[in-house]
Design a protein around this ligand. Structure first.
Ligand SMILES: Cc1cc2nc3c(=O)[nH]c(=O)nc-3n(C[C@H](O)[C@H](O)[C@H](O)COP(=O)(O)O)c2cc1C
Length: 221
């Protein structure tokens, strides 16, 4: 399936049929999330993978949407509420190990990260880490489509309850969005055959004319 076909095939499924997502497909979707870009490459969010049906049922008081139990996997995108020095150190060590660089060669990069983090108050820091998590969310939904697995991105849950049920506060995390993975129930899902609604490309994309191209047009007319 070509990627635009896959993206047209996908939709935010409201009712799922309980069919399990094969391990290999789940592994590919998770790997796509891991490969998502992030500001500075820091990946300042974690993804909690909840497969066990009883554990998903346990989360229903926080996420009262049927996909949580009708799907087969629940991904919780949890952004870092703070960026600890240890997390920066670990990242720099990872860059050094992966690219076989001495730590000294990364000193400037490291202090850029430290300065950027220090310059943000706690709200803008969390807003920044959350934005990185949303890039992962986008990758998850696209990768699921390529794998022909249905995925529903969701913000409709109680952050406070979900954080509490998963013990996220103590880990310096807060849930920002979730994705349920599974398979559509075409019989019960009112949106299964609904055409996709999107703004027309003509007013979504803007292509400002450069001075050069407008003078070329003048000459032609
Ligand atoms: C960040 C985000 C939060 C969303 N929250 C929910 C949700 O809580 N429940 C739900 O059923 N759909 C949710 N959606 C799905 C959107 O309603 C859906 O993506 C949008 O209407 C476009 O339709 P499509 O994805 O089916 O093409 C969410 C989508 C995004 C990207």
């Amino acid at each position: 399936m070509k990627y635009l076909e896959a993206l047209n095939w996908r939709y935010a499924v409201k009712r799922m049929n309980g069919q399990p997502v094969p391990e290999e497909k789940l592994a590919n979707i998770l790997e796509a999330i891991r490969l998502a870009p992030s500001s500075l490459g820091l990946q300042p969010y974690d993804v909690i993978v909840v497969k066990d049906p009883a554990e998903r049922q346990y989360l229903v008081p926080a996420i009262n949407q049927p996909q949580v139990t009708e799907g087969s996997v629940l991904l919780v995108f949890a952004a870092w509420t703070k960026v600890q020095q240890q997390q920066i150190d670990d990242y720099i060590q990872n860059v050094a190990d992966t690219r076989q660089l001495p730590l000294a060669a990364l000193a400037g990069f490291k202090s850029n990260i430290e300065n950027l983090v220090k310059a943000k108050d706690s709200q803008s820091l969390f807003s920044w880490t959350a934005r990185q998590a949303y890039i992962g969310l986008g990758y998850a939904t696209a990768a699921a489509a390529f794998e022909q697995v249905d995925a529903t991105p969701m913000e409709g849950f109680s952050t406070e309850k979900l954080n509490q049920l998963l013990g996220l506060d103590a880990k310096g995390l807060s849930a920002v969005a979730i994705v349920t993975l599974g398979y559509r129930n075409a019989e019960t899902d009112r949106l299964a055959k609904a055409p996709k609604v999107r703004r027309p490309a003509t007013n979504f994309f803007h292509r400002p004319e450069t001075k050069q191209s407008s003078s070329a047009n003048d000459k032609q007319s």
